[in-house]
Design a binder for this molecule. Structure first.
Ligand SMILES: Cc1cc2nc3c(=O)[nH]c(=O)nc-3n(C[C@H](O)[C@H](O)[C@H](O)COP(=O)(O)O)c2cc1C
Length: 613
């Protein structure tokens, strides 16, 4: 066996393989070259080499050996002071000790847990040992903080590759963002739909409480209110909010590029530093392409012409992608293209690779996954497909820190997979954009769709046939149209007065604003729990909620009052680690009598004590 073959094989698999050599005694390498046998000595409690790396090494050497070199290579467990245990409960418990590797042997066709001191990879039976067993399967230690991309976690100062996604109107509340930040995760405050004053309040609150801990704010595309998007960017720059989640973009905008580029400079070592970081959230390839590329020349020129950025900033802008990282958003709550995660993520990963090869960035953007992640299995699938991190939404809305009423959270706790549907969105109503909302227990989706249909078919409210007009005023607006318009006007007087002028000139626009006001207020009714408007609650929600409810059935997390953002997050990550380890063993051909009850939710303290080892 040639040491060269093995070294190059390892290099393909383990990115930091050059470090591996330092972990082995030189004699091991000589041994490997000369005798074709590598002995890896593990101290089970105090592992000499990182267990996950050792896993790749053993697997790869074994594979190389079997495929290319010899058919006789095998790993052996050498008995010390314990005996193999063909006990299902022991195996289950070992799998949950995620900070420890698991070795299984085969005792007359039954998997048996082996614990001991020495594992040998050898072509021949280990010499001079009293008792040894072939290792039938092995899985590495894999704790929640091992999951995901290290570069991503480092870039944002995180322990876990986990994002609590932004939910509009402060549903992702300051409390939720704070809990995420204090526990090594990242939360994005739900700034969309709020006034600038409210966003400012949230910035001050989080900056005071979190200081240098991670947090971010949502920067949502507002095609109907371009002035508002600029004002929000100015606010973020004023307060040095250094990380935003850019979402709902249908193309890059001037304020977004301005945010990204303002303050870009070289440090003393010549590295290009972007003060303002963006994690983009997209569901379309053409938008992802724009975020993964440097800012467009056209927009840079506009910013230069307006003297909003300097020449130096424009020059450096060409060296960085618009977004530091990119979340591929599959079928989700709120705005969604209903893409399947299983097809979307690989496409985004290929795209990222192609574009970063083209621009040769100093820092490659990471690609994470959102949409439908609500169970350990879906979290495991995301990481298995190569997601650098995961982002959740729907499941957090049902948590106690969410800025929604208890009435809404109780409804969410009852949701099943098919209890969601698409309905017109308030912010992009005229464009026919839809959002995914809760169907069960509310009439919102039906009523909002009716309003959109009327908007499409008539040029002004008075053109609508009398019976339908009456119906809209009676059941949906619960006011005469004129009265509803007066209320709508009052809202836009402070938010965006230009809209009122347009509406006075254009009755179709006036009708759109009144209908949009109903859509906007309906989500506020869900937030405040307005009892007289329970049937009009607009609750953004994806099929993730039903999957989550099914998983937690019968556990302490079934009760809404026990759902805490960080407990849910840690359970998803912990469960994903267990699931990946279980899969690893099964893929090596071991039949394990372990069902999905191994993934049942655990209390925060229970997980932490399992992670203490
Ligand atoms: C109630 C709710 C409100 C949301 N509001 C926003 C928002 O304002 N901005 C945004 O970028 N994403 C928003 N989202 C999307 C989430 O941030 C996240 O991307 C999505 O929920 C992930 O998919 P999931 O719902 O399947 O977990 C919202 C989602 C929900 C459920």
């Amino acid at each position: 066996m040639s040491g060269l073959i093995i070294t190059s094989a390892i290099c393909q698999i383990v990115p930091h393989s050059f470090r591996l050599r330092h972990h082995f005694a030189t004699s091991d390498w000589r041994n490997l070259k000369e005798c074709g046998t590598l002995q890896l000595k593990f101290k089970m409690a105090e592992t000499m080499i990182k267990p996950d790396i050792s896993y790749y090494l053993i697997k790869r050497i074994t594979t190389m050996a079997l495929d290319n070199v010899t058919k006789n290579m095998i790993s052996w467990w050498i008995k010390a002071d314990t005996t193999p245990k063909p006990d299902d409960e022991e195996i289950k418990s070992a799998l949950m000790q995620v900070t420890q590797p698991v070795f299984l042997s085969d005792l007359q066709g039954k998997p048996a847990l082996v614990k001991g001191e020495l594992i040998t990879a050898s072509q021949v039976h280990p010499p001079n040992t009293a008792e040894h067993y072939p290792v039938a399967a092995y899985t590495a230690a894999l704790a929640p903080h091992h999951l995901g991309d290290g570069q991503f976690k480092q870039r944002h100062g995180l322990r876990y590759a986990y994002i609590v996604g932004a939910m509009a109107n402060g549903i992702t509340s300051t409390e939720m963002v704070e809990m995420a930040g204090r526990n090594g995760m990242l939360g994005f405050f739900g700034a969309a739909g709020l006034t600038l004053d409210k966003v400012e309040e949230a910035i001050v609150c989080l900056q005071n409480s979190l200081k240098d801990l991670p947090y971010g704010f949502n920067l949502i595309h507002s095609p109907n209110e371009p002035g508002f998007e600029f004002a929000l960017v100015d606010l973020y720059l004023k307060y040095q909010v250094r990380l935003v989640s850019a979402s709902a973009y249908m193309g890059l905008t001037l304020p977004l590029v301005y945010y990204r580029i303002k303050g870009i400079h070289r440090d003393n070592d010549g590295n290009v530093i972007c003060l303002n970081k963006i994690i983009a959230k997209v569901s379309r390839v053409e938008i992802a392409q724009q975020f993964l590329s440097p800012p467009p020349e056209k927009l840079l020129k506009k910013l230069l012409a307006k003297q909003m950025i300097s020449q130096d900033e424009a020059v450096l802008a060409r060296l960085v992608p618009m977004a530091d990282d990119l979340t591929a958003e599959a079928d989700s709550g709120g705005h969604t293209d209903n893409r399947p995660a299983i097809t979307l993520l690989p496409t985004m990963l290929y795209l990222r690779d192609r574009i970063t090869r083209k621009y040769n960035y100093a820092h490659e953007p990471c690609v994470g996954l959102a949409g439908g992640i609500a169970t350990p299995q879906s979290a495991a699938a995301a990481f298995a497909m190569g997601a650098a991190y995961i982002l959740t939404g729907s499941v957090n809305q049902a948590c106690v820190e969410a800025g929604v009423s208890e009435a809404a959270r109780l409804l969410l706790a009852e949701v099943k997979q098919a209890d969601v549907t698409m309905a017109p969105s308030a912010d992009m109503f005229e464009m026919g954009v839809k959002v995914q909302v809760l169907k069960r227990g509310t009439m919102f989706a039906v009523r909002a769709s009716k309003l959109y249909e009327l908007y499409r078919n008539y040029d002004c409210f008075n053109d609508i046939p009398a019976k339908q007009r009456h119906d809209v005023e009676q059941r949906i607006l619960q006011a005469r149209f004129e009265q509803a318009w007066q209320e709508t006007k009052r809202f836009f007087e402070t938010r965006d007065p230009g809209q009122i002028e347009r509406a006075l000139d254009n009755p179709k626009h006036q009708m759109a604003l009144v209908f949009r006001a109903y859509l906007g207020r309906s989500s506020n009714w869900a937030i405040t729990g307005e009892p007289s408007r329970k049937m009009d609650f607009q609750i953004w929600c994806g099929p993730a909620m039903g999957a989550f409810n099914e998983w937690v059935k019968g556990s302490f997390l079934e009760k809404p009052k026990n759902r805490k953002t960080v407990t849910v997050a840690l359970n998803l990550l912990f469960g994903a680690a267990v699931q990946i380890r279980l899969n690893g063993l099964r893929l090596q051909g071991v039949r394990l009598p372990v069902g999905s009850d191994i993934l049942k939710p655990l209390r925060f303290s229970e997980i932490n004590s399992l992670l203490e080892d």
